[in-house]
Design a binder for this molecule. Structure first.
Ligand code: TGC
Ligand code: FAD
Length: 389
């Protein structure tokens, strides 16, 4: 007789994980159940990022977890994915914080920074004592970063930076921003510190999505940045785009957690909700909708695991990440919206998780490349024709 399948993992993806990967998953899952889920509803309602979580995730080794050395955990890519999945089961806002700090700030410092920059920033960022943000998007169009207006000019041993960035996670709580700017020598990454004269930030306060995350704008008015704070290892758009590949990879896993939280909620709800004299779960169309959710979660899990194994082998193509980010975000947002509907009127209450995840996923499907951007990346791979031009 077959044993009962796990509704959150119908194909037993867990059995494909190594012992240390299971340990990472279980540790983060316990933390999220005990310390994150109980406070996320209120944080979302108050439009506040619970900053005390930074010390806790740092303590667990979740910041810059893929980096070897510099007080980082040196975990593999699958473990990083599992971390993102479990955190986003709590809320996309906390996963966003960890994604930005790890993939968009610590990654470029590690990949393109000088030894001095690595020593100064990476251990402090791993401990959560220094917070970073990543400034690529500008108001004239985030999908097309090649149309970048922010620029820097050499002035003796320094650079003078001017321009602005929009929709930046952690903008107003960051100690340092990795700012991408055009220069006569190509696109360069500048480590701009919060107290550098001419640097300012402003929080965006009216969001209906990712309310438990800080988002804002960055402004640079003749900011003098020393050469020692410029990332020496890259001078083209490939720099920021390679960071996006890391963060998009994490999102591919993260959104599975949000989708699982929604499925879990409606599985319980439909068992208890009596309509027309029987539990809602006993009706055929509801079972089909639940089965569809499970099919999409399973597909997303298998895609994410395969992607992680490819990444750990060092063979990852950005096109594969685009397809996985597109597929998994689309599945997660459809699941969250359907779960919201199955809850009926109760679904619009913050007492149930789907509406919060649904609203968060509107940001997640937009940032790190919109769905259209990722479809066109795959289209380019298939046809050899660049539809962006
Ligand atoms: P293109 O000509 O295709 O490429 C320029 C150079 O970059 C290389 N490249 C990549 N390298 C690594 N990873 C990737 N994903 C890469 N994509 C491109 C490429 O090989 C080329 O190198 P080389 O040596 O030949 O010069 O550039 P394009 O301007 O045509 O770009 C096309 C497009 C649309 C795909 C790109 O601009 C794009 O990805 N746009 C979307 C922008 C985006 O996703 N922004 C996200 C901002 S950060 C954010 O949202 C954070 S949210 C965080 C959170 O809270 O979790
Ligand atoms: P646009 O680029 O103006 O796109 C508008 C619409 O046009 C979209 O539907 C898009 O799919 C479509 N479109 C674009 N190009 C094409 C095309 N060629 N063909 C057909 N349709 C097209 N950015 C950072 O740099 N750092 C961060 O930390 C960060 N955090 C974020 C946090 C949040 C909560 C949000 C919402 C955004 C964040 N972003 C960040 C910005 C994010 O990356 C951008 O919002 C995203 O890349 C889209 O850019 P845009 O908003 O300017 O939309």
């Amino acid at each position: 007789m077959s044993t009962k399948l796990d509704p959150m993992d119908l194909f037993d993806v867990r059995s494909e994980l190594a012992e240390d990967e299971v340990m990472v998953k279980n540790t983060v899952a316990r933390y999220v159940d005990d310390k994150v889920i109980p406070l996320m509803r209120e944080a979302f309602e108050k439009h506040e990022f619970p900053r005390h979580l930074i010390g806790e995730v740092a303590e667990l080794g979740l910041l810059g977890s893929s980096i070897e050395g510099y007080d980082c955990a040196g975990l593999n890519s699958v473990s990083y994915g599992l971390i993102c999945q479990e955190l986003e089961r709590g809320d996309s806002g906390l996963r966003s914080f960890v994604s930005v700090q790890s993939s968009l700030v610590m990654f470029p410092i590690h990949a393109y920074g000088s030894e001095e920059q690595k020593q100064r920033w990476l251990p402090a960022m791993a401990r959560g004592e220094a917070i970073g943000c990543f400034g690529l998007t500008e108001s004239q169009g985030g999908s097309d970063p090649s149309n970048m207006k922010t620029h820097a000019k050499r002035d003796g041993d320094d650079w003078i930076l001017n321009g602005s960035k929009m929709w930046i996670t952690n903008a107003t709580i960051a100690d340092a921003a990795i700012v991408w700017a055009n220069t006569d020598e190509g696109v360069k990454g500048f480590i701009v510190e919060k107290d550098m004269p001419g640097f300012d930030s402003q929080e965006i306060k009216n969001k209906f999505s990712l309310r438990a995350s800080v988002t804002g704008a960055l402004f640079f008015n003749n900011v003098r940045v020393p050469e020692a704070s410029v990332l020496p290892g890259v001078s083209s758009l490939k720099g920021p785009l390679s960071c996006l590949t890391q963060a998009r990879y994490g999102i591919t896993w993260g959104v599975i957690g949000a989708a699982q939280a929604c499925l879990n909620e409606v599985l319980h709800y439909t068992r208890d909700r009596i309509l027309f004299g029987r539990p809602l779960a006993n009706t055929q169309t509801i079972q089909i909708r639940l089965a569809e959710m499970s099919r999409h979660i399973t597909t997303a899990q298998l895609l994410a695991l395969r992607l992680g194994r490819i990444k750990d082998k060092g063979d990852l193509s950005p096109t594969q990440v685009s397809m996985a980010k597109w597929n998994n975000c689309r599945s997660a947002i459809d699941i969250a919206r359907d779960a919201r509907d199955i809850l009926g009127g109760a679904g619009i209450s913050a007492e149930y998780v789907p509406i919060r995840h649904m609203l968060n996923l509107e940001s997640v499907i937009t940032y790190e490349g919109t769905e259209t951007v990722h479809q066109l990346v795959v289209g380019k791979e298939l046809t050899g024709v660049n539809a962006f031009g």
